[in-house]
Ligand binder design. Structure first.
Ligand code: SAH
Length: 378
């Protein structure tokens, strides 16, 4: 069989903004009021199955499906753990590329690993097949970039996950998607237009979008400074996460190679500006790597850099125990060093949390997603 062509996916309803949807219908000689009907099926009922479109004449359904709802993401494998509160899905795209997303539920009564508090559900989506950022500790970074996903390919990961949820895929029963995090495969800021278009469709109220609150959407980046600034100008109060991993350029140049282009100080300035403009607290991601970036002096330096830019709670630090990737010589920090790192930040008034290790045993945790060649015969 010939190798699949890596290429642009067909256009989909979710690639169009509301005005363009109406225009496309008119161009196809179809009534404009179909737009609200189709959007309701897709964004509210999470279905693109024409057999369920009972309010649309049967004669039109096949055409509408073909023109506006090409199949974009096909689930080929599903792995579960954490008492069925975490599900990782491997998707095959139209050209054979593979990406993964992870569905996580928190606060399920009686399931200890899902944490406490109100029940809520997060989808962690991929924005690219592979990634070009080459961070040496990240599994996705090792394979390079295959291609950008389209807006609809990103959004469809959420829509199909929402449908799975309604069908009872997770412990705790059916429920809505509350949060989306761009922390799957890829660097969202390197696929900026598609990520913004997908985010617009996530936060638009029904029936034009999924109606998720902007603050419930987190865009995580290695620190492409001009894109962070554009995100700030865009003005939607989404949450920004910056993958810092080191407070000093010497170390960060090696851990996050794009640092040779945009330095720690510039990245933090852009992050601070985002927090100031949106009043949303920025999240600083910091994977703790034993004897690499976990020294007490680095915690002190990080606290100093963050406090220098503002002391009104503009930021919080999210420490991630490193998930070792195959072949890597690095491991997670010792508990005592992690505790000391936390203590030093707290002592200087910097809010800090330690990320849980959800999805670890199914290679679905932070930085473990690497679907490209493991797909096998799927
Ligand atoms: N490209 C984006 C999104 C990637 S993944 C970014 O870098 O922000 C989301 C988070 O997981 C990032 O903070 C990333 O640095 C982190 N991560 C990557 N590999 C990891 C690993 N092996 N262990 C723990 N965290 C990791």
């Amino acid at each position: 069989m010939a190798a699949p062509r890596r290429g642009r996916p067909p256009q989909h309803w979710a690639d169009l903004d509301p005005a363009a949807r109406v225009a496309a219908l008119t161009d196809a000689g179809l009534p404009r009021f179909r737009a609200a009907q189709l959007s309701r099926h897709y964004f509210v009922h999470h279905t693109s199955d024409p057999d369920r479109w009972s309010d649309i004449p049967a004669a039109e359904r096949a055409q509408l499906r073909e023109v506006f709802f090409p199949r974009l993401v096909d689930p080929v494998r599903e792995l579960r753990c954490d008492g069925d509160t975490t599900v990782k899905t491997l998707w095959r795209l139209h050209d054979g590329s593979r990406v993964e997303s992870v569905l996580m539920r928190y606060g399920v009564p009686g399931v200890r690993s899902s944490g406490r508090g109100r029940m809520r559900t997060t989808v962690c989506v991929s924005s690219q097949a592979g990634c070009g950022m080459a961070c040496p500790f990240c599994a996705t970074g090792q394979g390079g970039l295959t291609r950008n996903l389209s807006a609809a390919e990103i959004l469809d990961q959420v829509v199909v996950s929402a449908r799975m949820l309604e069908e009872g895929a997770l412990a705790g029963g059916p429920g809505p998607v509350n949060n989306v995090v761009f922390m799957g495969m890829g660097e969202p800021m390197a696929n900026f237009a598609a990520v913004l278009a997908a985010t617009e469709a996530m936060i638009a109220p029904a029936p034009d979008g999924l109606g998720i609150s902007a603050r419930g959407v987190t865009i995580s980046t290695v620190g492409l400074v001009p894109r962070i600034r554009q995100l700030t100008e865009w003005g939607r109060p989404v949450t920004l996460a910056v993958s810092l991993h080191a407070p000093d350029d010497d170390l960060r140049d090696g851990l996050v190679p794009i640092n040779s282009r945009w330095k720690v100080a510039e990245v933090l300035d852009a992050a601070w500006e985002h927090a100031r403009a949106t009043r949303r607290r920025v999240s600083i991601e910091y994977a703790l790597i034993k004897d690499v970036n976990d020294q007490a002096w680095r915690a002190d330096l990080l606290a100093t850099l963050l406090r220098q830019r503002g002391d009104w709670g503009w930021v919080h630090v999210n420490l991630i125990p490193l998930n070792p990737t195959p072949g890597s010589m690095w491991t997670a920090s010792d508990a005592a060093d992690q505790d000391e790192f936390v203590r030093r930040l707290e002592a200087r008034g910097v809010p800090v949390t330690v990320r849980d290790t959800r999805g670890r045993e199914i290679d679905g945790a932070c930085g473990q997603l690497a679907a490209l060649d493991r797909a096998g015969s799927a």
